[in-house]
Design a protein around this ligand. Sequence first.
Ligand SMILES: Nc1nc2c(ncn2[C@@H]2O[C@H](COP(=O)(O)OP(=O)(O)OP(=O)(O)O)[C@@H](O)[C@H]2O)c(=O)[nH]1
Ligand SMILES: [Mg+2]
Length: 328
Amino acid sequence: MNQLSKDISEDILNGSKVALSKAITLTESTLPYDKILSQEIIDVLLPFTGNSIRIGVTGVTGVGKSTFIDSFGMYLCNLKRKVAVLAVDPSSVTNKGSILGDKTRMQNLSKIDSAYIRPSPSGKALGGVTETTRNVILLCEAAGFDTIIVETVGVGQSEVSVKNMTDFFLLLMLAGAGDELQGMKRGIMEMADAIFINKADGGNIDSAKQAAQLYNMALQLFPNSESGWKPKAEVCSAITNLGIDTCWKLISDFEVQMKRTNYFNKNRKQQELIAFRETFRYSIVDKLMNNTLFKEKIEKTENDISENKISVSNAVQSILYEVNFLIN
Ligand SMILES: Nc1nc2c(ncn2[C@@H]2O[C@H](COP(=O)(O)OP(=O)(O)OP(=O)(O)O)[C@@H](O)[C@H]2O)c(=O)[nH]1
Ligand SMILES: [Mg+2]
């Protein structure tokens, strides 16, 4: 094993944030040598991972996720917990990151010694971002962080990714957004372990309480989840700290209950298998797409498709034929 990976791993186990950041940069890198180092580090640290509660926070842009995490994180640090905040941000792929690009949004937490904030890696496809984030979670756990918070913006696939890498999935919403309980939100609501109506402050408190009531009624109509957990809707304000303690109480109860029924571990094992299959599939496709031989073939096939010379399914078959040839 490389001396550098050995040193970094040791420093991470001693809680060094500098070493943690170094290792994360290595896992985000696409350089082959960096990849080898980061794999070595993660292998060494694996026995020291897993000892945390992993919390996913989602909701539309502007709902207050970062502000909420700032207040919530401060609350947890006061309880002597060590908090790491990460992001899965599909928009960072196209426009240099938005969710945590602006660290000033976590003004308080970013100054605290027992907290660690890491923005989303930019310039990667979502598959790459989620694979990296899974590794970052492990690295943070090895560095002693016992609470991992993953922020993601409320758009489709990234939410499923974050749901699949966390124990507890928190959905933040706003009151009076007009289209409560409608269409596209249902899928997200079904994934949520709790819904918090944020910005319940000033003149908004009553409407937030009404919205929470409405969501509570809606949640009761959902089929029972595999975990046996009954999701709840509550109100909060990331500005006045209303409901921040309620949120932590809920998550703590969840953890106790899920560990008692052993769902906690079962779910993590299941998540690992999903991650393995996903990463494997992603890596194989990535490899093929970047193989010079196939690159040409794929370009030619895409041309043929757009000129209507071949159907999509026949095009796939013909490429698979060559892949088969390569493997056998
Ligand atoms: N009144 C009030 N304003 C809030 C609250 N939480 C956040 N805000 C404000 O809402 C705006 C958006 O907050 P952010 O925390 O950046 O929202 P976000 O969900 O992280 O946004 P993206 O990362 O862009 O998806 C900011 O101006 C915050 O100050 C709250 O509880 N009450
Ligand atoms: Mg944000």
